[in-house]
Design a protein around this ligand. Sequence first.
Ligand code: ADP
Ligand code: MG
Length: 261
Amino acid sequence: MALLEITGLSKAFGGLRAINGLDIYVDEGEVVSVIGPNGAGKTTFFNLVTGMETPDEGSIVFDGQELVGLRPNQILQLGMARTFQNVRLFPAMTVLENVMVGQHARTRAGLLGAIFKTPSQRREEREIEERSKEVLSFFGTRLAGYRHDQLSMVLSYANRRRLEIARAMATSPRLLLLDEPTAGMNPRETIELTELIGRLRSERAYTIVLIEHDMQVVRNVSDRVVVLDHGVKLTEGSYDEISTNENVIEAYLGRPAEMGA
Ligand SMILES: Nc1ncnc2c1ncn2[C@@H]1O[C@H](COP(=O)(O)OP(=O)(O)O)[C@@H](O)[C@H]1O
Ligand SMILES: [Mg+2]
């Protein structure tokens, strides 16, 4: 059975069918890219999988367990983490604190325990700090030691995006959902992030679903590509298969129109 098995997923906002009868599976260890024009329903798909939106219909089974009806923090605890299309960090917290805060939802002590500390909670806090530093070390010099105490708002844009990935990694998820991780990055940063996504799989054994608009990134990291358009799956397959599919080309470029004189 697939790690993530989605069937008949639908979600409407008013009259708009953002997701419409979607079937998607993700096998353990795969990197699957979800692509499609603006408004295709990609982010809504992530919101449904992570419990931030409730589907009108359909089933989302993760590691054999039905997720529909669970709250976002319950889904997080089952081993799923995401990043957002627009960076969502705590600007007035340090780099290290931003990574640590993602894990408090998972600890017994919880967020309140992080404020009113008992000895056992202090131990838990130290473990969280160690794990957070270990995760930050994955990013090499980009988020190295001297940066741990800097406020996240002083980081470069690319580093803030890296920090978001670090925060998602810190909860030790099996499935990582990345929403346009290279958006707004320059070509060099994009290449670096592409390599990082490869390392997330090869060194950390994550299963990854990636929403991505940069086709070079999609080509380089994907085992499989799912193409969405108007909330439905247009096609899926290898990069070579989907990039030569006429329906896909049409969804991106529009129907050929007759050019006036
Ligand atoms: N909370 C919401 N309320 C109303 N409409 C929404 C909401 N979220 C998304 N939509 C609409 O659903 C469609 C799909 O949006 P989205 O999933 O963000 O697309 P994508 O990420 O592929 O660009 C868009 O038309 C968007 O305006
Ligand atoms: Mg989106």
